[in-house]
Design a protein around this ligand. Structure first.
Ligand code: T3D
Length: 262
């Protein structure tokens, strides 16, 4: 793993930290590949049952490293295809929940990265800059044009893509009011708040959570009839897990369940 991505595992939670604090964790190729390796490791490690993604220092992530941008030999489209698109897909299809702790500014592809997570917890000192793309004459990418309207609606997403630049940032409080962020807390409490949620998720029925991700994200592309059928299909899978049996037994025996993630 590269030094610019930190990866640790404790209490069933893999913490992935973007670690180029002097550049607001701007994403270079080394980091993007390190991120993919980290998510791959989290996917295959059975002891990992939730992921916490955050940034080191005062920023979450300022998007594509613009110094590397000018020296790249690939077209921008190929760079997206090769480095970003698979990463966002990997996050959305990871069969374990991802909590993103937004500790500071999230700009451009850094803002898109927060959308790849399942839950966002933000500090009251955080901010989002979805207009960073248009500010440099680009179109929002890394899934943002697809994911942001789904989360906050097309009207608000357009406002952010067009008007939300480094001088007009969306603050954590407004992001919370708009439903972009699931929990808002003081900066000092951010890590504990996000870690508590991730740790709680890590004790829950992991297979059912992974299948819920598959249903919610997959069903956004289906009509109602297909979505109903898909729910029935994956419910059969969930119903065969140890954790389903344990959940029912615990309820009937009036005791708290102990889920093993299988
Ligand atoms: O290649 C492809 O596949 C295309 C993909 C594109 C995806 C994208 O992400 S496009 C958008 C790229 N990101 C940006 O355009 C954001 C640029 N940064 C900013 O607008 C501002 O830095 C922030 C709003 C994030 C923060 O502003 P502020 O005033 O708090 O801090 P600052 O002074 O501007 O930045 C602090 C340092 O971080 C500074 O370095 P220095 O001068 O102290 O040595 C700055 O240059 C550096 N930095 C911030 N963002 C980037 C960066 N360095 C490289 N790339 C960055 N994206």
């Amino acid at each position: 793993m590269t030094d610019s991505i930190l990866y640790t595992v404790a209490e069933g939670v893999a913490q992935i930290t973007l670690n180029r604090p002097d550049k607001y964790n701007a994403l270079n190729t080394d980091m993007l590949r390190g991120l993919k390796t980290a998510f791959k490791q989290a996917a295959k490690d059975d002891t990992v049952r939730a992921v916490l993604l955050t940034g080191a220092g005062k920023g979450f992530c300022s998007g594509q490293d613009l110094t590397e941008f000018t020296t790249s030999e690939q077209t921008v489209g190929d760079h997206l295809r090769n480095e970003y698109n698979g990463l966002i897909q990997q996050m959305r299809t990871l069969p374990k929940p991802i909590v993103c702790a937004v500790n500071g500014v999230a700009a451009g592809a850094g803002a898109s990265l927060t959308l790849g997570a399942d839950l966002r917890v933000a500090s009251d000192e955080s901010s989002f800059v979805f207009g960073a793309f248009v500010s440099i004459g680009l179109v929002a990418d890394s899934g943002a044009t697809y994911l942001l309207p789904q989360i906050i609606g097309a009207g608000r997403a357009m406002e952010l893509f067009l008007l939300n630049d480094g001088k007009h940032r969306l603050g954590g409080k407004q992001a919370y009011d708009w439903g972009l962020v699931n929990r808002l807390c003081e900066a000092d409490a951010l890590h504990a708040t996000a870690a508590n949620i991730a740790q709680r998720l890590a004790t829950m029925p992991t297979a059912a959570i992974g299948l819920t991700k598959r249903a919610v994200y997959g069903n956004m592309q289906r009509g109602l009839a297909d979505a109903l059928e898909y729910e029935a299909h994956i419910q059969d899978i969930a119903a065969r897990t140890d954790d389903h049996q344990e959940g029912v037994n615990a309820f009937l025996e009036k005791r708290p369940p102990t889920f093993n993630g299988r």
